[in-house]
Design a protein. Structure first.
Length: 603
């Protein structure tokens, strides 16, 4: 048995075997909470101090800048010489390769504005009209060499080549170019490839399950057949297929490197036994995976995993929020951005501080919500300092079309009688009648509560009819945001809503970056994707219904397996307490049935 070194005393045999691996290739199958970072940093110490490898020849790659920096700090704490080894992301490393290739030295990164400008000009001659859909499809094509599902191959390839040519003409690169062009340069320039093969003789890759085809091909080029390649990952946590990642590359690794050794880190040091056992019962239903029997460590704390059902979403939300005051860190993890917004809005309305680390756009920042606020300011609280103003009336008066002309609104504060009088003096009787009808309707709005005002705006005033005339994507976003407004049961009057929205917008848009430390004194709201790599004492998974978790209908077998992996990732963020819930007016998720919980675990 290999003797442990200082700092390795509590390591398992599997961890020690991985830490003391030298030449060749090794695949580490690392389950949740199994100490993979400890293995990677421990191996760096071993290579430098015992195998006498020059630290400059060790390259460790992970997928985010923050993860790379944290890993570097951990390695330096174990071995001070590790500060001379290199830690980075795929993109940062590939950028260095391109800089040494010669041709791309004068290139700079393209801005989002420039991207939009280029793609919009190209879409004028394309059947695709949405710029974001086009850019996402091009990104997927660059990372995988494939066309996104349900999209025309010729259209995407033609669009991608035209987009790349426009970028080259402007001497611009986007992040996906770093991968695609790096592969091209290494394949076409033997001297460049030889330089980088010699520059780093030991390559370590973290989160290997997230690798995409282009990244995998570059790694194989750099390591060649006899390279020293050490990869760590968990195929059960592969959740980025939209970026081209595929867990099957972990099995392909063993085919491409038949002499590679495999080590399984199968002890979960993070989660309580009941949580570990439940998560394994769920993920075991996937067929495209390595067979693993993850178990909790012998000293795991007592914990609880439970399922709760509610008749209404409002009851579910109220329960989750009421439970957030328990001791320890808490997280509300949801499948979609819309669900994240729902809980953020409810916490704002209850004046409960919370934390969102993921970059967010304002889901309530739609045209419909902005027009509703203008209506509230103008008609429902006209005596306030901002009430009865011209700009607010202009926002909604012709939605739907009423033929009302803005040229008669000459004063900042609107005087309904004066407007009608001026119209009639000009002989514009039809316009005067139109304004009279609108102002007559609006006159009853000042006495309405919040829900009455929202219903009036949506139904009586005809804004719902106006929304039906919009393009499908815009209409759906507006309707979804208005449905969200109807769910705000804690809002009592128009003034309270305007205050709520101001606080909500500030909370959503002014969020810390992904590098910001998560505070322990407030609940965290995150998506399943955003929570990967994190852990909390208490985790709540609301909305676990068919159509939401798994997300979508008529999913393929592969899509269902990735949805199950996402659910598995969410479950295994919990250290002590895991509460999954659903509403009874919709079908409960199949994932909950797979847990085979007894009545003691249901509520």
């Amino acid at each position: 048995m290999t003797q442990s070194r200082p700092g390795e005393g509590s390591a398992t045999m599997a961890q020690l075997e991985a830490m003391h691996f030298g030449l060749g290739q090794m695949l580490i199958l690392a389950g949740p909470g199994s100490g993979k970072t400890r293995v990677i940093t421990g191996r760096i110490r071993y290579l430098i101090e015992e195998a006498h490898v020059a630290p400059q020849q060790i390259l460790t790659i992970t997928f985010t800048k923050s993860a790379a920096m944290q890993m570097k700090q951990r390695a330096i704490e174990e071995c001070s010489a590790a500060r001379q080894s290199v830690f980075g992301t795929f993109h940062s490393f590939f950028y260095q390769i391109l800089r040494t290739s010669g041709y791309y030295q004068g290139f700079s990164f393209i801005s989002p504005y420039q991207q939009q400008k280029i793609i919009k000009s190209l879409l004028e001659r394309s059947p695709i009209k949405d710029p974001q859909i086009a850019l996402s499809a091009i990104s997927y094509w660059k990372n995988t060499g494939k066309t996104p599902p349900q999209m025309d191959e010729k259209v995407i390839e033609s669009l991608a080549y035209a987009y790349m040519q426009e970028c080259r003409d402007r001497r611009k690169l986007d992040f996906d170019d770093l991968l695609l062009l790096c592969k091209k340069e290494l394949e076409e320039k033997p001297l460049l490839l030889s330089f980088w093969q010699k520059r780093f003789t030991y390559l370590q890759i973290d989160e290997f399950q997230d690798i995409n085809p282009i990244q995998y091909d570059i790694v194989r080029l750099l390591c060649a057949e006899r390279g020293n390649l050490f990869v760590v990952g968990d195929d059960d946590q592969s959740i980025y297929s939209f970026r081209g990642s595929d867990p099957s590359y972990m099995k392909l690794f063993l085919e491409d490197y038949p002499k590679a050794k495999t080590v399984m880190l199968d002890i979960n040091f993070r989660c309580a036994k009941e949580i570990v056992d439940a998560s394994i019962r769920c993920i075991s239903n996937n067929s495209n995976r390595f067979d693993k029997q993850i178990k909790a460590c012998e000293t795991a704390t007592e914990g609880k995993a439970a399922i709760r059902s509610f008749d209404r979403e409002e009851e579910e939300t109220a329960y989750v929020i009421s439970e957030l005051s328990r001791s320890g860190t808490s997280a509300i993890l949801v499948r979609t951005n819309a669900e994240m917004e729902r809980f953020a809005a409810d916490l704002v309305s209850r004046k409960i501080p919370f934390f969102i680390r993921e970059k967010r756009k304002n889901e309530l920042g739609t045209e419909a919500v902005k027009d509703f606020m203008a209506f509230l300011r103008f008609a429902c609280i006209p005596d306030s300092p901002t009430g009865g103003r011209r700009k607010d009336l202009l926002a909604f008066m012709n939605k739907p079309e009423r033929g009302l002309s803005r040229r008669v609104l000459t004063s900042e504060i609107v005087d309904p009688e004066q407007i009608q009088k001026e119209c009639r003096e000009r002989g514009e009787e039809a316009l005067a009648t139109g304004f009279q009808k609108l102002f007559t309707k609006l006159s009853v709005a000042s006495g309405l509560d919040y829900f009455g005002a929202l219903t009036f705006f949506w139904k009586t005033l005809g804004y719902e009819r106006y929304c039906r005339q919009m393009d499908e994507g815009i209409r759906e976003a507006n309707e979804a945001s208005v449905n969200r407004l109807f769910s705000l049961t804690h809002i009592k009057n128009p003034a309270a809503f305007l205050q709520f929205y101001e606080e909500y917008e500030r909370g959503i848009l002014q969020q810390p970056s992904a590098d910001t430390q998560i505070p322990e004194d407030r609940p965290v709201i995150m998506t399943f994707h955003g929570a990967k790599g994190l852990e909390f004492d208490n985790v709540f998974l609301p909305g676990v219904n068919e159509g939401a978790v798994p997300h979508g209908r008529n999913l393929t077998a592969g899509e269902t397996e990735e949805e199950r992996r996402m659910f598995y990732v969410a479950m295994t963020r919990a250290k002590e307490r895991l509460v999954m819930s659903y509403v009874t007016f919709r079908e409960a998720s199949i994932f909950l049935e797979e847990l085979h919980f007894s009545d003691d675990n249901r509520g």
